[in-house]
Write a protein that binds this ligand. Structure first.
Ligand code: PLP
Length: 409
């Protein structure tokens, strides 16, 4: 395995000399930094491989088709899907989750049926289903958390019933770090014949995801949180479900025959990929997968868990900090917190003046924040390229935030 310094050398933004300042990037849950190989893939595509896939009989078009479709196979293996055409490329996780709302839920929910969600869902896995609820006159049922921010499984079992058609659940919270037992949730849902949509956005860069082992019906994630360029997301769906679904977007490259008044559509995955594809971003995802697999998810998980425990244990003992992070060791590398008496945006701005990047706000999880009785929180989130030295520097500067604001003296 590469050493941490070798890994850091792969990321231009972590190079103090190139950037002109030493930046401590602790906003990995928003988006990851990119290794040079990913950036090179994009430049190389536009320099030497740029063609429109599926549309031409010339060399560049065929090359682009081959590279694009090879990435579909790569993603299939990456998440252990059965077939490559169970992998749909979208522009991000949000679009993937909307695709399920529009093409599956809108057509499969009836009045008085329900969708079960957890209170920790990101808006992307929540707002599309509010739209479905309005259109179909169905209901949303939320499952809440216990005092340690763990999903209340009893509440969940009670809320999933014969009228539940879909369960929307995150594999890792982008705020409280909880990793619910999604495999168990799927088992419970399937007993009631409900389908399950898994939001894997916050786990995909940190832990191996296996859709067959989970028995997930749908699973979504964004490439940009796992080292790839922005502009590519993935929706996995079981083929038997996908082939019964109507298209989400209509246009080029997803049709079979087009008449003046009607059209017939290709089979999945093409049915759900209307328009010219974002080939360069898709190829960057291919390189990102290679990069992550080369380091190895076991190594990533072990390293990040140590870093997370180190940061959590230190922050837990600081009297002026309140944590909104589960204490369970099975958690994502994310810590949400507040400094007593300081607005999260002030914390984030002051830390930025020390070149420390953290996030503040509601992190696209307003219902969760209402449940936590907070308008906003600060959030640090780690990646395998962060170090304990960076964590210590960040923690040291939390004291400085209070000093600058003349608190506690
Ligand atoms: C848990 C979760 N789901 C979905 C998303 C949406 O991802 P994107 O904005 O890339 O579509 C995010 C992004 O922060 C997230 O954290």
């Amino acid at each position: 395995m590469k050493s941490i310094s070798e890994i850091r050398e792969d990321f231009p933004y972590l190079d103090e000399k190139k950037v002109g300042k030493k930046v401590i990037y602790l906003d990995n849950a928003a988006t990851s930094q990119k290794p040079k190989c990913v950036i090179d893939t994009i430049a190389n595509y536009y320099a030497y491989q740029n063609g429109s896939p599926h549309r031409g009989a010339h060399y560049l078009s065929m090359l682009a088709t081959e590279l694009y479709e090879n990435t579909r196979k790569k993603v299939k293996n990456f998440i252990n899907a059965k077939k490559a055409n169970e992998i749909i490329f979208t522009k991000n996780a949000t679009e993937a989750l909307n695709l399920v709302a529009y093409s599956y839920a809108l057509n499969n929910l009836k009045e008085d049926e329900n969708i079960v969600l957890t209170i920790m869902e990101h808006h992307s896995n929540l707002c599309p289903f509010q739209y479905v609820k309005e259109k179909t006159k169905s209901h949303l049922r939320y499952v809440y958390l216990d005092d340690d921010f763990q999903l209340d499984m009893k509440d969940l079992s009670n809320k999933i019933d014969e009228k539940t058609k879909l369960v929307c659940i995150t594999m890792a919270s982008n705020v409280v770090a909880t990793m619910p037992d999604v495999k168990k949730v799927i088992e419970i849902a399937h007993k009631k014949n409900a389908k399950v949509l898994v939001d894997a956005s916050q786990i995909i860069a940190h832990k191996k995801v296996d859709v067959i082992d989970l028995d997930a019906d749908f699973l979504a994630f964004s490439g940009h949180k796992m080292l790839s360029a922005m502009g590519v997301g993935v929706l996995y769906g079981k083929y038997d479900i996908l082939k019964e679904m109507k298209p989400f977007l209509y246009g080029g490259d997803m049709i079979e025959y087009v008449y003046e008044d009607s059209s017939t559509y290709l089979l999945p995955s093409a049915r759900f990929e209307a328009g010219t594809q974002n080939v360069s971003s898709v190829l960057s995802l291919n390189t990102a997968i290679d990069y992550l697999e080369n380091i190895g998810f076991e190594n990533i998980e072990k390293y990040e868990r140590e870093l997370m425990d180190f940061a959590y244990d230190k922050m837990k003992n600081i009297p002026f900090i309140k944590l909104y992070t589960t204490s369970k060791k099975n958690r994502g590398p994310v810590i949400a917190f507040n400094i007593e008496g300081v607005h999260p945006h002030d914390v984030s701005s002051i830390l930025d003046s020390f070149n420390i990047a953290i996030r503040s706000g509601h992190h696209c999880a307003e219902p969760l924040h209402r449940f936590l009785k907070e308008n906003a929180t600060c959030r640090v989130s780690f990646s395998f390229y962060n170090t304990k030295e960076e964590v210590l520097y960040f923690i040291e500067k939390l004291e400085e935030v209070r000093r600058i604001l003349h608190l506690g003296h």
